[in-house]
Design a protein around this ligand. Structure first.
Ligand SMILES: Cc1cc2nc3c(=O)[nH]c(=O)nc-3n(C[C@H](O)[C@H](O)[C@H](O)COP(=O)(O)OP(=O)(O)OC[C@H]3O[C@@H](n4cnc5c(N)ncnc54)[C@H](O)[C@@H]3O)c2cc1C
Length: 304
């Protein structure tokens, strides 16, 4: 698959040869035409630069941009994947791994900003997907199920602190709770779609019930196909024949299913605030470095 992000980073892509031919042609024909040739080349380059620039800027880090919702796929009783159209067909959402988009809704006369991590990959051109779990009393998430195709939502971004680099760790332990799976999924996708990345990744994914597990088929498929990726599930309200763990993520689960604390290894956590707080304490007891809810990009334990 072609990574269109690289194409967009080369605004002069495809015009080197025509420029060389024009210069050689002018030299052969009549050097006195050279100023016209150069003027023509400058105009051509400007047009190419402008069109490459405009293809790249659907979403700005500071300014809100309205983007149209073009599709919705319901994946559980309270979660759905929403597809938004980028401004150009060729454009890909070029955001760093583990970063997210901010979106804003006006609620009771006040702007409410929330963050969502795109789950589409770096090869998807012309659109991006976000997975939103809606809470009945949630100010913003409860608005998504009412969106109709063609309606717009304001986005800005990317926002985020993680600075993922290929092979930055030997092994990475991942812990996700509920919709906290979305930035974690970006890390998994980045590792397994980068052939040079040999990082071993292990995930503990915590939910309340079996139906709450988001994208389980996709996650299991990845784990089946990529030997460097393992997943383990835990539920607080498991069904009778449940083979995973039961309860909140515990010290024992982390010891059994995730890498050991070491200078070469990292731990990434994403979930509700209470879960993050408890896991920061547990990870310290297990010997991981001290961290906080607002981790630094280079912290051994990183909370999204
Ligand atoms: C970095 C980051 C990335 C995120 N990515 C995603 C994503 O990809 N998909 C997604 O669905 N959400 C994601 N979230 C959460 C999202 O930003 C909102 O916080 C969430 O949608 C709830 O917002 P709300 O306005 O509906 O709820 P609020 O009005 O803020 O809260 C209302 C009530 O909803 C419940 N609630 C809210 N958030 C949670 C939670 N996380 N867990 C359990 N109960 C909760 C609580 O009962 C709360 O009292 C992310 C958050 C962060 C910080």
């Amino acid at each position: 698959m072609e990574d269109k992000r690289d194409l967009l980073k080369q605004p002069l892509h495809g015009i080197y040869i025509p420029i060389a031919l024009m210069i050689v042609g002018t030299l052969m024909l009549d050097v006195s035409y050279m100023p016209y040739t150069i003027a023509f080349i400058v105009i051509m380059c400007s047009i190419n630069f402008y069109s490459a620039w405009s293809r790249r800027c659907s979403i700005d880090p500071v300014k809100w941009t309205e983007l149209e919702m073009i599709d919705r796929t319901v994946i559980s009783k309270n979660s759905a994947i929403y597809r938004f159209q980028l401004k150009h067909q060729d454009e890909v959402l070029d955001i760093p791994t583990g970063h997210h988009l901010a979106c804003v809704f006006m609620v009771d006369g006040k702007d409410e900003v929330r963050y969502y991590s795109p789950i589409s990959n770096k090869y998807d051109a012309g659109f991006f997907d976000i997975l939103v779990k809606s809470y009945p009393n949630g100010k913003v998430s409860s608005r998504f199920p009412n969106l109709r195709e063609g309606q717009t939502v304001k986005f800005r971004g990317p926002v985020g602190r993680l600075e993922y680099k290929t092979n930055m760790a030997k092994e990475i332990g991942l812990i996700a709770g509920g919709s906290g799976i979305t930035p974690i999924l970006q890390v998994i996708t980045e590792v397994i779609t980068t052939p040079a990345d040999t990082t071993k990744i292990s995930l503990i994914y915590a939910n309340n019930t079996l139906n709450d597990i988001l994208l389980r088929d996709e996650i299991d498929e990845l784990s089946k196909n990529y030997p460097n990726f393992k997943v383990h599930y835990t539920l607080t309200e498991p069904p009778a024949n449940w083979e995973g763990s039961t309860g909140f993520v515990s010290k024992e689960m982390i010891t059994k299913y995730l890498p050991k604390p070491s200078e070469e290894n990292r731990l990434f956590i994403c979930g509700p605030p209470e879960m993050k707080k408890s896991l920061i304490e547990i990870s310290q007891e297990l010997g991981w470095d001290k961290t906080s809810m607002k981790s630094d990009p280079n912290d051994q334990v990183f909370c999204f």
